[in-house]
Design a protein around this ligand. Structure first.
Ligand SMILES: *[C@@H]1O[C@H](CO)[C@@H](O)[C@H](O)[C@H]1NC(C)=O
Ligand SMILES: *[C@@H]1O[C@H](CO)[C@@H](O)[C@H](O)[C@H]1NC(C)=O
Ligand SMILES: *[C@@H]1O[C@H](CO)[C@@H](O)[C@H](O)[C@H]1NC(C)=O
Ligand SMILES: *[C@@H]1O[C@H](CO)[C@@H](O)[C@H](O)[C@H]1NC(C)=O
Ligand SMILES: *[C@@H]1O[C@H](CO)[C@@H](O)[C@H](O)[C@H]1NC(C)=O
Ligand SMILES: *[C@@H]1O[C@H](CO)[C@@H](O)[C@H](O)[C@H]1NC(C)=O
Ligand SMILES: *[C@@H]1O[C@H](CO)[C@@H](O)[C@H](O)[C@H]1NC(C)=O
Ligand SMILES: *[C@@H]1O[C@H](CO)[C@@H](O)[C@H](O)[C@H]1NC(C)=O
Ligand SMILES: *[C@@H]1O[C@H](CO)[C@@H](O)[C@H](O)[C@H]1NC(C)=O
Ligand SMILES: *[C@@H]1O[C@H](CO)[C@@H](O)[C@H](O)[C@H]1NC(C)=O
Length: 478
């Protein structure tokens, strides 16, 4: 489980690394969006076994670096990967199901996103998985490290370029396989789900419909009047539902950590208690780690492990020590960490390199995907409203350019979505699991006859499109 944890801590890690010499650094902490968390959980080994590479054929498309300019360098090409599965395809005119890749390599999606494979036989559909530019093997020139360091090349790393890539490849596939009249349904989860819904709105001549799973397209630019703390409110609700005592212990723990940290030897004691990989320099390192741990557990609170239940099991079942209340709370919190992470040589502050997802997603959230997640007053976390100006200056410091927090709503819309989409949109399914903290920015109400919201009470992030498991609850089967 440790590896997946690191994948999750992206923005935190990036900020710590990039601003290590700047004491005043604040973290940029936007929970990542990913259907599969970038790794297939060890708990679901059956998923890895099902994917045979013979089913999939890999192709590369000579993609245009910049779809929106006519400068000489705009014409630069790079190889973009896509993978097709013809197993069930009925040939020309039969449908195409296209999975739009998100902020990771598509390797995980081929086995992790089972939805296409289950649906394909019914419709005799062709399955296509397209990798997002700047991830996996679809990197414009040079190595990923060099590309991400180069401010000019980084500038072409945007959602608009990405969906234009998808349009080019889908048109190419239709032509190549004489499938001009095949209906295309685009499918995506999380950030990829946003791309799927936006694709349907921008490229109606390419895709006839979209399935957007766990896509928080309303978590931008104050669209929803849900306070920016919507995310942390759902995390809180999940923990409270799992166990009231667990919720209360977590809620009480933040001030205990601060209190201990402020005493002589306090940080050293905390480092020892939490078996940190490096001694803690600030209490916030531990608090951010815990915050991310609880958030990840809630976002991916799925069978068979149900991480929230695992953490709360650790917290509630920890033996009470006799040395006093504060110590008790810390022991419990640590027991929750250990229950979730498993037996590791150390926890918190790991020294690991950033993953491509961490590097890419930080840039995406610091340029256009400004998701104003903060913490409201009445959650199990300390209140901490989203601070846009702080966020902007952090991003500017890291990349030299400030984010554009209003661009997503200018380009794709989102304000008054019901009113606007009723007038011209159609054929989009927005699905959300209500235990997923990102559902607080999702479309939860039907907009029209063909733009519908599907909600599952106990669903987690993207659970509906993941590969089925024997342990899936009955309400998930179809
Ligand atoms: C797709 O479904 C078929 C039939 O159930 C199965 O044999 C195959 O392994 C599945 N492929 C993947 C990649 O899950
Ligand atoms: C892609 O571009 C490369 C280099 O310009 C060229 O060799 C190759 O034939 C092109 N592939 C396709 C499918 O057009
Ligand atoms: C960034 O990439 C461009 C295009 O390849 C190149 O001309 C430029 O020299 C690179 N800049 C740096 C600082 O490497
Ligand atoms: C959201 O609204 C608040 C209050 O009006 C404002 O301070 C903040 O800048 C807005 N956020 C964005 C991303 O526009
Ligand atoms: C730190 O640990 C030492 C030794 O166990 C103990 O005496 C001391 O009270 C602790 N200090 C804090 C602030 O917890
Ligand atoms: C720990 O103490 C609390 C409060 O005194 C009690 O309710 C709980 O059952 C105890 N837990 C264990 C595992 O002993
Ligand atoms: C991080 O990357 C550097 C340079 O590529 C490598 O030497 C080091 O072993 C890596 N560290 C870890 C923890 O993977
Ligand atoms: C949170 O509490 C603070 C201090 O009591 C108050 O100023 C602020 O308006 C509250 N915010 C919300 C969203 O209720
Ligand atoms: C939206 O409409 C569909 C059927 O048209 C229905 O199954 C679904 O429950 C509705 N969703 C909501 C959130 O009302
Ligand atoms: C959701 O989970 C709770 C337990 O956490 C259970 O009591 C309830 O029946 C579940 N609801 C559905 C619709 O499965």
């Amino acid at each position: 489980m440790k590896h997946s944890m690191f994948q999750w801590l992206l923005i935190l890690c990036v900020t710590v690394v990039l601003t290590v010499s700047q004491a005043s650094a604040t973290r940029i902490d936007v929970p990542r969006l990913s259907p599969t968390r970038g790794v297939i959980r060890e708990q679901r080994p059956e998923i890895l076994k099902t994917g045979s590479s013979e089913e999939f054929q890999t192709f590369y498309y000579n993609q245009t670096l910049d779809h929106f300019n006519y400068r000489p360098e705009s014409y630069t090409k790079f190889q973009q990967r896509y993978v097709m599965n013809f197993q069930y395809w009925g040939g020309p005119n039969a449908p195409i199901l296209a999975y739009l890749g998100a902020e990771e390599s598509i390797d995980n999606d081929l086995v992790g996103i089972g939805f296409l494979n289950y649906t394909a036989p019914r419709f005799k559909a062709l399955q296509v998985f397209i990798e997002h530019r700047y991830y996996g093997q679809s990197i414009p020139f040079a190595s990923r490290e060099e590309v991400m360091k180069n401010a000019s090349i980084r500038g072409y790393f945007s959602s608009a370029q990405a969906i234009a890539d998808y349009a080019q490849i889908l048109l190419h596939i239709k032509k190549e396989w004489h499938a001009q009249h095949s209906p295309v349904i685009v499918i995506g989860g999380s950030y990829g789900g946003m791309l799927a819904s936006w694709f349907r709105l921008k490229y109606p001549h390419v895709a006839i419909g979209a399935l957007a799973s766990s896509a928080p397209i309303l978590y931008f630019d104050n669209i929803t009047l849900t306070p920016p703390g919507g995310y942390s409110s759902v995390v809180t609700k999940d923990f409270k539902e799992a166990s009231k005592t667990c919720y209360q212990t977590i809620r009480n723990s933040w001030s205990v950590i601060d209190d201990v940290a402020s005493q002589p030897q306090g940080l050293a004691n905390l480092s020892q208690k939490f078996k940190t990989c490096k001694p803690l320099a600030k209490a916030s390192e531990l608090k951010n780690y815990l915050n991310d741990l609880y958030s990840e557990a809630a976002q991916y609170n799925q069978p068979p492990e149900y991480p929230v239940t695992v953490i709360c099991g650790g917290i509630d079942e920890a033996a009470n020590s006799s040395s006093g209340n504060e110590d008790d709370i810390l022991n419990k919190i640590f027991a929750g960490v250990a229950a979730y992470e498993g037996n590791e040589p150390c926890y918190v502050n790991p020294s690991s390199n950033l993953s491509e997802t961490e590097i890419g997603w930080e840039w995406q959230t610091c340029s256009e995907l400004v998701i104003p997640i903060g913490t409201g007053n009445d959650t199990m976390f300390p209140p901490s409203p989203f601070d846009l100006s702080n966020f902007e200056s952090e991003c500017k410091r890291n990349y030299g350019v400030p984010p554009r927090p209003h661009w997503i709503t200018s380009y794709y819309g989102g304000h008054d979505i019901k009113f606007i989409l009723q007038r011209f949109g159609s054929n989009i399914i927005f699905s959300n699991g209500l235990r997923d903290p990102y559902s607080s920015g999702g479309v939860l109400e039907n907009i029209s006859k063909s733009i519908v919201a599907v909600k599952t009470k106990n669903g987690s992030h993207c659970l509906d499109i993941l590969t089925a498991s024997k342990t899936d609850p009955q309400w998930l089967e179809f």
